[in-house]
Design a protein around this ligand. Structure first.
Ligand code: MG
Length: 206
């Protein structure tokens, strides 16, 4: 399986990140399967970074194989959503971007893709995927509040776009981008995130 991550998909996050222009097309990158952090296991801050940030994101699980999926049919490719943290070594990422280098070391390191143990069926939620509110708190203090209605590119568009370049497979995970409020984690922190009020992520930073 692969982990597909969308960048720059919420205008308020772009403003806080670098103030750059809104993307004309989706931006995506991959994390390896070794980046997965499952079952609310603790996240260990890696020693190679002095600035690891959380990015809380809605995660869509792909449930069928598809290539060059049209937007019209993209809705058939998922029926469950969860939450994830796209952990980012911001200092390494900044260095990579400034030097025009790939940024895998800042985005794809072990444990950098925390995924909720539970995914919720959209049919049970009874609401559209572009009408989902989620929230993340660190040590009990709310740091990020997102609403998928604020995405620049909705999930249907993301699936159609990414599948033009690479085949989607069952079990692939699509991280759909983060809203504003990203910030650092440190050992001793406790991270929780909820989707429509239901806590899905709940783990320690070590
Ligand atoms: Mg992200």
């Amino acid at each position: 399986m692969k982990i597909i991550c969308i960048g720059r998909n919420y205008a308020d996050h772009i403003r806080e990140l670098d103030g750059g222009p809104l993307p004309a097309e989706p931006v995506f990158f991959l994390k390896p399967d070794t980046a997965l952090l499952r079952n609310n296991a603790p996240f260990y801050v890696p020693t190679f970074s002095n600035e690891v940030h959380y990015e809380t994101e809605l995660v869509v699980r792909i449930n069928r194989v598809g290539k060059a999926v049209s937007e019209k049919y993209a809705r058939r490719y998922y029926d469950e959503v969860g939450l994830g943290i796209d952990f980012t070594a911001r200092d390494l990422q900044r260095h990579a971007v400034a030097n025009g280098l790939p940024w895998e070391n800042s985005k794809g390191f072990d444990g950098s893709a925390a995924v909720s143990p539970v995914f919720l069926k959209l049919s049970d939620l009874g609401t559209d995927i572009q009408r989902l509110r989620f929230e993340m708190s660190l040590n009990g203090e709310v740091k990020q509040s997102g609403d998928t209605a604020q995405m620049i590119f909705g999930v249907v568009k993301l699936i159609s776009y990414v599948s033009r370049f690479m085949m989607l497979r069952i079990g692939d995970l699509l991280f759909t981008g983060t809203p504003a409020g990203v910030g650092p984690v440190k050992p001793g922190d406790h991270l929780q995130a909820s989707l429509l009020g239901q806590t899905l992520l709940d783990f320690d930073i070590k």
